[in-house]
Design a binder for this molecule. Structure first.
Ligand code: C2E
Ligand code: MG
Ligand code: MG
Length: 687
């Protein structure tokens, strides 16, 4: 622009109504010649107040300084300049403005005036200020966050790395910003992250991952990463933010907890849970390679006694030593665990030769037998081992463990300090036992019990003077079951009370029938300790006598020594009232129990039944012979009768007779017989 035309109406209208402040300043004295209303308004003046004023003095000292500096450094050839600055309003307040200055020259090219276009930019500045504040707040969050925060652009280049990120990478942000992880990352895990990065870009959804990583200065760390897409206002992904947290410590604790949950605290060996998990792998391997796996269930013999007598700390030491001895014997790829208490489980994979396995087992047994140098006495211990093989004896952890356990019990039964290989038969025995226990409940109502009678012979009279009633169970499936195979169950579950009552009534009724036929014999019935404790024995006996109508002196109850020893006062009362009924009492299996003679008198016992274990060996074993002789002598001195059971041959009979025993019972005469068979035997015996 060179000169200004005289004020045309249109131009004046534009000048007066422009939103931009316009001022013309005289270049010679730097005073304002012309200002429009907007210019005056921006500065809080009326236009006339500014005419003649110097802008540098009134509202733009900084602005004027800039102008001077500009003009001194650039030649006058530069005609335009624009900048932002702050002006002072009339009331002293500040207003941010954008300034655009144009020079006006005369026809000689001399600057006569300057024109300034001024805009109030406070609104924009406020927004900028607000934005800056917000940005500063978020930046501060990111800069001070304990998390690693990295922002990538859509090409995967890092555009921001916070100080935690610098710490993790071990370098300054400047060194890595602008590069993608693939161009090199101090953390290899960041390269793997690119795959996730692309997924986030493709799906627009955030992802969370936990990953292990190698720390630049060594060691392994664990991180939890959240990878989040960031969108512009149009919903387009513009960047990807990753927030990573160092969870190494949490992982260490988790690992510790997992170790505790899967290991036995005392020995440090894997526990049942872990070994069960491992077994799946072992079985899968054995399946694919066609080899066997062996489950060894190991139980220490007599460990409880060590614990009880020497204390738990000695017990714990023993277990630790056993654990390390087992560890020494196995190969690195075998599995060992403590199942609890004094039970250990070893699993050998890759078993191809059973004989090799058994020689390892024998070595194991020998090693366990080594002295335990714990206390001043050197302890010794043995173990019983049950072995079950995959796949023959089970295909799952539970079945193999159970069968190895069953085999271990067999090893214990066979005298301990040994091993036993599982057989199907053991399983059937166990199953059978379980089934028997169940069947026993209905055996009375199903009439499955019978009583057999074994004659008792008076040696002086050479006559049958009594019988012992012995129960048998005619099982519909298994045939005859002997009392030793079901009486212990019946005692443990209390069914013996009913069974015992049934035997008493049956035996008394049978005796009554015989008495009616002129067979005047006593019937001896075995009574269990449980009947004494739980049943109303006196009433039961009375009822049996009433039903049968026999003379009480023909009923004899066989008690064991243990009955009389325990809870003597109560027993004494019951025994006395039984005696008052007029029945007889004998002590069964005499010599095997406590053999305390004092109770014999107190309980008014009539007869001692010398246990067959002494009788059987009387010819071979001097000691047994002496015991039998002594029992007979003592009985005589106490005015008690004696009967020897288990007389199997004539030579024993002769010796027993020579010792002065009153009666005998045994296979030499006959096995226990059914009632009708006994009648025949009785008839023949008398002849
Ligand atoms: P126990 O009372 O000592 O009975 C003697 C056992 O020895 C009987 O076995 C009998 O058959 C057997 N025996 C008899 N003579 C000889 C012999 O010469 N040689 C050999 N080796 N054995 C002989 P059983 O009938 O098997 O009875 C076993 C045990 O079952 C009985 O031992 C008794 O304790 C118990 N029992 C039997 N019936 C009953 C019952 O009704 N109630 C109770 N509570 N227990 C019973
Ligand atoms: Mg008996
Ligand atoms: Mg006996």
């Amino acid at each position: 622009m060179s000169t200004i035309e005289p004020h045309a109406d249109k131009l004046k209208y534009i000048f007066d109504n422009a939103k931009v402040g316009i001022a013309i300043c005289n270049a010679v004295d730097n005073t304002l010649e012309l200002v429009n209303p907007a210019f005056a308004h921006i500065h809080g003046y009326e236009p006339h107040e500014l005419i003649g004023a110097s802008p540098g003095n009134v509202f733009a000292p900084e602005c004027m300084l800039r102008l001077e500096a500009h003009e001194s450094t650039h030649s006058c050839a530069i005609s335009d300049m624009a900048f932002e600055t702050t002006h002072i309003r009339k009331d002293g307040s500040l207003v941010p403005v954008s300034v655009h200055i144009t020079v006006i020259k005369d026809e000689h090219g001399t600057i006569t005036q300057r024109m300034a276009n001024i805009q109030d930019i406070s609104e924009r500045k406020n927004k900028e200020e607000l934005l800056y504040k917000k940005e500063r707040e978020f930046r501060s969050l990111a800069e001070n966050s304990p998390d690693v925060i990295i922002r990538y652009n859509c090409e995967g280049q890092r555009i921001y790395v916070n100080p935690m990120g610098e710490k993790l990478f071990g370098c300054s942000a400047d060194e890595i910003i602008g590069k993608t992880p693939l161009e090199g990352s101090p953390i290899p895990a960041e390269m793997m992250f690119m795959e996730k990065f692309h997924t986030v870009i493709q799906t627009g959804k955030s992802i969370e991952v936990e990953t292990a990583f190698m720390i630049p200065n060594g060691g392994e760390g664990w991180g939890h990463m959240r990878i989040v897409p960031e969108f512009d206002m149009n919903g387009k992904i513009v960047s990807v933010l990753t927030i990573g947290r160092d969870i190494t410590e949490r992982k260490i604790i988790e690992k510790k907890i997992e170790h505790i949950a899967h290991h036995d605290a005392l020995t440090g060996l894997p526990n049942r849970i872990l070994v069960k998990e491992r077994t799946e792998q072992i079985i899968a391997n054995a399946k694919s390679t066609g080899t066997k796996a062996a489950f060894l269930f190991i139980d220490l013999d007599g460990f409880k006694a060590i614990n009880d007598t020497m204390g738990h700390s000695v017990g714990d030491e023993v277990l630790k030593i056993v654990a390390s001895r087992l560890m020494e014997t196995i190969r690195p790829y075998d599995t060992i665990s403590r199942q609890g208490g004094d039970e250990f489980l070893l699993i050998f994979s890759d078993v191809t030769d059973i004989n090799d396995l058994l020689s390892v087992v024998e070595k194991l047994l020998l090693h366990i037998e080594d002295p335990f140098p714990i206390t001043e006495y050197s302890l010794s211990l043995s173990a019983s081992i049950g072995i079950a093989l995959y796949p023959e004896h089970g295909e799952t952890f539970d079945s193999l463990l159970q069968n190895a356990d069953t085999a271990m019990y067999k090893a214990k039964e066979s005298g301990k300090n040994g091993y036993c290989l599982y057989t199907e038969q053991m399983h059937h025995n166990l199953l059978g036992e379980f089934k028997l226990q169940n069947d026993l409940k209905s055996a009375i109502s199903n009439n499955e019990f019978v009583v057999h009678y074994q004659p008792q012979i008076d040696l002086a009279l050479n006559r049958i003077t009594g019988v012992e009633a012995l129960i048998r169970w005619e099982h519909p499936q298994y045939g005859t079951i002997m009392p030793m195979n079901f009486i212990p169950f019946a005692e443990s579950n209390g069914l013996i009370v009913q069974i015992g009552q049934w035997v008493l009534e049956e035996a008394c009724t049978q005796a009554a029938l015989w008495h009616a036929k002129g067979i005047a014999i006593t019937v001896a019935v075995n009574i269990s300790a449980v009947q004494f404790k739980r049943g109303n024995l006196e009433a039961v006996v009375k009822k049996a006598l009433d039903i049968s109508g026999i003379n009480p002196r023909f009923l004899e109850l066989e008690l064991t020594e243990s009955i009389l020893i325990h809870d003597a006062e109560n027993i004494l009362k019951t025994v006395r009232s039984l005696k008052e009924l007029g029945i007889q009492l004998s002590i069964d299996d005499f010599g095997t129990g406590y053999s305390s003679l004092s109770y014999l008198k107190r309980f008014a016992v009539d007869k001692l039944k010398i246990d067959q274990s002494f009788v059987r060996d009387i010819l071979r074993d001097q000691e047994d012979a002496a015991i039998v002789r002594t029992i007979i002598q003592i009985a005589k001195s106490l005015n008690l009768k004696t009967i020897a059971e288990g007389v199997e041959d004539a030579s024993v009979l002769n010796v027993i007779g020579a010792y002065g025993c009153d009666e005998v019972q045994g296979y030499h005469f006959t096995k226990p017989l059914e009632a009708s068979a006994f009648e025949l035997f009785y008839a023949n015996f008398r002849n």
